[in-house]
Write a protein that binds this ligand. Structure first.
Ligand code: FE2
Length: 436
């Protein structure tokens, strides 16, 4: 009996030793990051509001020193006024805007208000309320000079991962959010636009959100509903302020950065309105005033993921020469649910006068990650990873910027890619225009 007990004890000891050795060896290995599955829709608690109370409040830049405040009320007679000032509860200024609404099969939107306020001081906190109703919100205007920081995340949706991404963006000190398409993933179910508006309100009411459209914004029903009707009604961007005739493409200046938002789902050939507008907009860029040139659109031109291969080839053929000739520094895209960064590239090859292309369609939507990459990795591709996350572009001065990508690692933002980017302003690339 005693011998049996000794044998069992010996076996247990051996097993424990083997397990310990295995665990030690594994800890020393480079353990590959285990990519998480999609998460379920993020549900906000039911919070019924009086019909005139502002909901889904978000702000966007609207020309020099101006901001557009957008919100929704159930009450159709609620006024489109914004009261604002630099002290809480004291509204020294008031502006009147406009409102719109739309129908989508059986859905009827609330009243969607858009009111431009300003002129505003730079880098200043303003307190405001909409439609003459509480609650009070506050935002900070961007600085007029460097440094300036952008938060970047596309393909957001409204899942648990989206919430995680938004929480991480909220922790970073940024001035403007850039979103390269695919916002709500409403996908024809219109009330999801309302829940998305509620989800992003804490961030989008506090910093300008500058967005462009993705395929999930189309929501086209032939002969019944026009393309982009929900997106254009709710997310009005400064297209008129930038000489564009369409909400689907526009540009704006922040500090010393000229940012162009293009439409992957509107005409882009050489004879299109968008092409003509882009050419004219690029001709106006003065690199002395805005040394950095940043461009966003939805479908990536440089993408070594197996997802969405070749979808933007025609747009790239048409528009890449324009961006190259103008010396675009950085191009952000979404669509592919993963992260990828290139070296400076043009016409399919590394080129010191081309743009750095960054795919950042990893906000956390319900469709999950695009995990498969093409092999071998193309020579223009520097870093690629299929994980959810967000990016931060800190533009330090006229020549230097710091870009970092933060993976949502078990809900912690882990800086997983970082690079310094030098603008083309002092590069000697012949195309840069500096006007006097
Ligand atoms: Fe997309």
């Amino acid at each position: 009996m005693e011998l049996k007990l000794k044998i069992i004890l010996l076996l247990l000891l051996s097993l424990t030793t083997i397990l310990f050795i295995c665990a030690t060896v594994r800890a020393g290995e480079e353990v590959e990051y285990l990519r998480p599955p999609p998460r379920k829709a993020f549900r906000l608690p039911w919070d019924p509001k009086p019909s005139s109370q502002p909901q889904q409040v978000h702000i966007s830049l609207a020309g020099d020193k101006h901001i557009r405040v957008s919100w929704v009320t159930t009450d159709k007679s609620s006024p489109s006024i914004v009261e604002y000032g630099t002290s809480t509860g004291k509204y020294s200024y008031k502006a009147q805007g406009e409102s719109t609404k739309y129908s989508y099969v059986l859905y009827r939107s609330g009243m969607i208000h858009h009111t431009v306020i300003g002129p505003l001081q730079d880098n200043t906190v303003y307190f405001y309320r909409c439609g003459g109703e509480d609650p009070e919100f506050q935002f900070k205007t961007p600085p007029s000079k460097f440094p300036v920081t952008f938060a970047v995340a596309g393909d957001l949706g409204q899942t648990g991962w989206t919430k995680s991404t938004l929480d991480h963006i909220d922790q970073c000190k940024y001035d403007v959010h850039l979103l390269p398409g695919d916002l709500s993933y409403a996908d024809y179910i219109q009330h999801r636009w309302d829940t998305f508006g509620q989800l992003v309100q804490p961030l989008a009411s506090a910093r300008p959100w500058m967005v462009t459209q993705g395929n999930h914004e189309k929501e086209y029903i032939p002969f019944v509903v026009d393309e982009f009707i929900s997106y254009n009604s709710r997310w009005k961007m400064p297209f008129e302020e930038s000489g564009s005739t369409s909400n689907l493409y526009y540009s704006f200046d922040v500090a010393g950065v000229h940012t162009i938002m293009l439409g992957s789902y509107t005409d882009y050939d050489d004879y299109s309105d968008q092409y003509r507008w882009l050419k004219a907009d690029l001709q106006k860029v003065d690199r002395k005033k805005t040394p950095w040139l940043v461009v966003l659109f939805h479908v990536p031109w440089y993408n070594s993921n197996e997802a969405h291969q070749g979808e933007a080839d025609d747009m790239m053929t048409s528009m890449e020469p324009l961006l190259y000739a103008a010396g675009a520094d950085i191009v952000f895209a979404g669509h592919v649910h993963a992260y990828e960064r290139t070296r400076r590239v043009y016409n399919g090859k590394p080129d010191p006068c081309g743009a750095v292309h960054i795919t950042i369609g990893d906000g956390g939507n319900k469709e999950g990650l695009a995990r498969k990459y093409k092999l071998p990795q193309p020579e223009w591709s520097v870093f690629r990873e299929a994980s959810f996350g967000h990016g931060e572009l800190a533009i330090i001065n006229s020549t230097h910027a710091s870009w970092s990508w933060h993976r949502n690692d078990d809900d912690e933002p882990v800086r997983s890619d970082q690079v310094s980017i030098t603008s083309l302003i002092d590069s000697g690339c012949s195309s840069i225009r500096v006007m006097n």
